[in-house]
Design a protein around this ligand. Structure first.
Ligand code: UT7
Length: 331
């Protein structure tokens, strides 16, 4: 029986409000529009040398401390991110592995956008099933402020920076008996053009041409339509597999993309919106970091308690989507 042994998160100190975006950063927008279209009032933005690796390290350290686990006992470090410290290599996970002193671990980045943390947990579950005596650190970390086009009001208003982490390992003998975890994970590459970041090998090199535009692009409406169908579908699939009703889930900890997506999903499922945990108002959308940041907040404020049936659900660029259903903290 696996268990989430501890959680941790980190949000940079600097807070940028919607009013700041219009008044300080001269973006043609306003608090009323952003809040009514997304549920976001403010987001945290990394400053100076703080970036994906340092934020991931701080969240990872907090999770290790809450778990009471020595970094030397970690055998696997996964960092789910689409805003890595360097452009693809070296992996952010290797920098974090070194910074945390996880000297006995192998480390890699996992790129599945906003579903990255859920995919990462499933990878850790698989690895720890093969190696039951080991422990894994799964982190979601994003510094999206560095890849956003701050002149594009249709995308930049949504995103924020931060990191969240969990330590996974064996539960003590006899704990969590009868608990079972279900997963439903999918990708649909036919929607690859809906959201992404150019500047990879996709475009042929033209020697002497200006630098490629590497900012994040997004078909907001398209992603929205995809999300409001996907979130209820994933939850229903998980419940079908587990043989339970949606109403049996005590709390859903979803990817924090847009409050309207959660509202629509709750209506489609006939499930109370209050049981969708949300901190998007003050974090914005932190992509792969949003679920572990929300989970850590939910554990700390008592919204997630041992024995509760909870579900994670992620969706994002790729397209990727999926969820896990577990009896917290047993995985
Ligand atoms: O993690 C997954 C990542 N992505 C998502 O979750 C994105 C999902 N999509 C969304 O959240 C929404 O599509 C947005 C919040 C991004 C946009 O909301 P929308 O209702 O789809 O707006 P829209 O892009 O269709 O734009 C409607 C109008 C346009 O004006 P006109 O052409 O109707 O005059 C935009 O120019 O709103 C305008 N607009 C804005 N106005 C003020 C777009 N962004 C802004 C803005 N402030 N920030």
């Amino acid at each position: 029986m696996l268990k989430i042994l501890g959680t941790g998160s980190y949000l940079p100190e600097k807070v940028v409000t919607n009013d700041d975006l219009s008044k300080v950063y001269n973006l043609d927008t306003n608090d009323e529009w952003i809040y009514s279209h997304s549920g976001i009032h403010s987001r945290h933005i990394a400053e100076g040398t703080d970036a994906t690796a340092s934020m991931a390290t701080k969240a990872g350290k907090a999770a290790l401390e809450s778990a009471g686990v020595d970094p030397l006992d970690i055998a696997l470090v996964i960092v789910a991110t689409v805003s890595p410290e360097y452009h693809a290599l070296p992996s952010t996970a290797c920098i974090v592995q070194d910074a945390l002193g996880c000297k006995n671990a192998y480390a890699f980045d996992l790129m599945a956008a906003c579903s990255g943390f859920v995919f990462g947990l499933e990878q850790a579950r698989g690895y720890l099933t093969l190696h039951p005596d080991k422990k894994a650190l799964v982190i979601g970390a994003e510094c999206l402020s560095r890849i956003c086009d701050w002149t594009d009001r249709g995308t930049c208003i949504l995103f924020g920076d931060g990191a969240g982490a969990v330590v996974v390992g064996q539960a003590p003998e006899g704990e969590g008996e009868g608990a079972k975890t279900y997963s439903y994970l999918r990708s649909d590459g036919s929607g690859a053009e809906m959201m992404g970041r150019k500047g990879g090998t996709h475009d042929p090199v033209v020697i002497g041409a200006p630098a490629k535009n590497e900012w994040l692009f997004m078909n907001g409406r398209g992603v929205f339509q995809f999300a409001i169908k996907t979130v209820p579908m994933v939850i229903e699939e998980l419940c079908k597999e587990a043989g339970i009703q949606v109403s049996d889930i005590d709390l859903i900890v979803p990817h924090q993309a847009n409050m309207r997506i959660l509202d629509s999903s709750a209506k489609r499922l006939g499930y109370p919106l209050e049981k969708f945990y949300s901190n998007i108002e003050t974090t914005g959308n932190t992509s792969g970091a949003s679920i572990p940041i929300a989970l850590d907040a939910a554990v700390k404020d008592g919204s997630v308690k041992p024995g509760m049936k909870i579900s994670f659900v992620g969706f994002g660029a790729g397209l990727t989507y999926g969820g896990l259903l577990m009896t917290y903290p047993y995985l």
